[in-house]
Design a protein around this ligand. Structure first.
Ligand SMILES: Cc1ncc(COP(=O)(O)O)c(C=O)c1O
Length: 409
């Protein structure tokens, strides 16, 4: 267990993959926005499920009942994670993209030609593609513009939302350049026009505490593999909302929320792992309830991640030929994700160089292709992205800074 003060060694010790060496050297994982490493407690929970309770759900025998408990326990943990009204607000899917496609397919059945949906140019395709399919049903899908500084154009947002808007689908933060969006303003505007607000929290949920009731969103999606868990997608739906949507469902399956959007047998072992991931995060916080621990944990996690990311940002920013893409770290709330381009090298070449030192970093558009395109970087190979997670250290930052420095001219 980590101590109350930040004990980096103790935290790192919990991650089996951090002990791995490749070509005799340790690994440096700066690929968190693509998926974080997993602590042993999460691995153990999955192994334990298969070792003791493996069964299908809703049976009269012990392992089936334990499976039901595993699923319910995870819904309760995620309800605490998001401050949802209860476990019945948490639906489970293969990943965020699949859940969002299911939602869009269902909404296509209730929206009418002439209705409008508002998406953004900053979002990951997983929160654009499903909604763009609604154009086939005569729905007008409009896009909020992206400004060159990497923030959404809220004047454009105000112009494009109107009395025909039925849904606004936007990210809480950009997996590509770390911008945190003004989702409270989005909520205010969607209330004014009586539209639904759906938030993509995939890149936000690993870094900040989320309170769905405080935000007042109707839907929120996230993915456990971005917050130290296994590959499972999660949907929060405000009480009453999912029940109003005609999702694809079998006659024999649950007809009400949260099951009504879940198709087939779920990944039970991974579900056990998601609960363990929430419990892992809670160990960084204090308080009586799981929810208290989670909110307090994000103060600790956020402080550590921000310190490292702002240090990395300041050191990289001044290197010759480096252009940071996105907002600076001093005044704004943003995620600990540093994206940049380097003169004379493509993002892929930068990542290939870093990989020789076992530094795992992503290049490209990370499926936020519209954002990279709008910023004029698509033809240039996008950006190099360095994402900070709870297990990263200052020594790792110094290593990556030194390696990028070697590439500068
Ligand atoms: C912001 C954002 N939204 C959505 C997704 C898609 O999530 P999933 O892989 O669970 O479908 C990702 C994945 O990288 C993401 O970063």
């Amino acid at each position: 267990m980590p101590k109350s003060t930040f004990d980096s060694a103790a935290i790192r010790n919990q991650f089996p993959s951090l002990k791995r060496k490749h070509n005799g050297h340790p690994m440096v994982f700066l690929d968190g926005p693509g998926g974080t490493q997993v602590p042993k407690s999460v691995v153990d929970a999955m192994v334990n499920y298969y070792s003791t309770s493996n069964a299908n759900s809703h049976g009269a025998f012990v392992t089936a009942m334990e499976t039901d408990d595993t699923i319910h326990g995870m819904r309760e943990a995620m309800a605490a994670y998001l401050n949802a009204e209860g476990p019945e607000c948490i639906s489970i899917g293969q990943n965020m993209t699949t859940l969002n496609f299911s939602l869009a397919r269902a909404m296509a059945r209730i929206l009418q030609p002439g209705d409008e949906v508002l998406i953004t140019k900053l979002d990951h395709e997983a929160n654009r593609g499903p909604w763009l399919t609604l154009r086939e049903a005569g729905i007008d899908v409009r896009e909020v513009n992206l400004l060159p500084n990497g923030t959404l154009d809220y004047d454009d947002f105000k112009e494009k939302i109107n009395e025909h808007t039925r849904l606004v689908a936007m990210g809480m933060s950009s997996n590509c350049i770390g911008t945190v969006n003004d989702f409270k303003l989005a909520r205010k505007l969607t209330y004014e026009y009586n539209a639904w607000l759906l938030l993509d929290a995939v890149h936000y949920a690993p870094h900040f505490a989320i309170d769905v009731q405080d935000i007042g969103c109707d839907f929120l999606l996230c993915s456990a593999y971005k917050f130290y868990g296994p590959h499972v997608g999660l949907l929060y739906a405000k009480p009453g909302t999912l029940d109003r949507i005609p999702t694809d469902r079998l006659r024999v399956a649950g007809q009400a929320a949260p099951e009504s959007i879940e198709t087939g047998t779920l990944n039970h072992a991974a579900i056990a792992g998601v609960k363990a991931a929430v419990d892992f995060i809670a160990t960084f916080g204090k308080g009586k309830t799981l929810r208290d621990k989670i909110t307090s944990a994000f103060d600790t996690i956020g402080k550590h991640e921000f310190e490292l990311a702002s240090y990395l940002y300041k050191k990289i920013k001044v290197l010759p030929g480096v252009t940071i893409v996105g907002q600076d770290f001093s005044k704004t709330t943003r995620t600990p994700t540093v994206s940049f381009t380097l003169k004379g090298k493509t993002p892929l070449q930068v990542c290939e160089h870093l990989a020789k030192k076992n530094i795992c970093a992503w290049d490209g558009h990370f499926y936020a292709i519209r954002a990279i395109e709008s910023l004029g970087l698509l033809e240039k190979g996008g950006v190099t992205r360095l994402g900070i997670s709870i297990y990263n250290t200052k020594a790792e930052m110094d290593l990556v800074i030194a390696e990028i420095k070697k590439l500068t001219v």
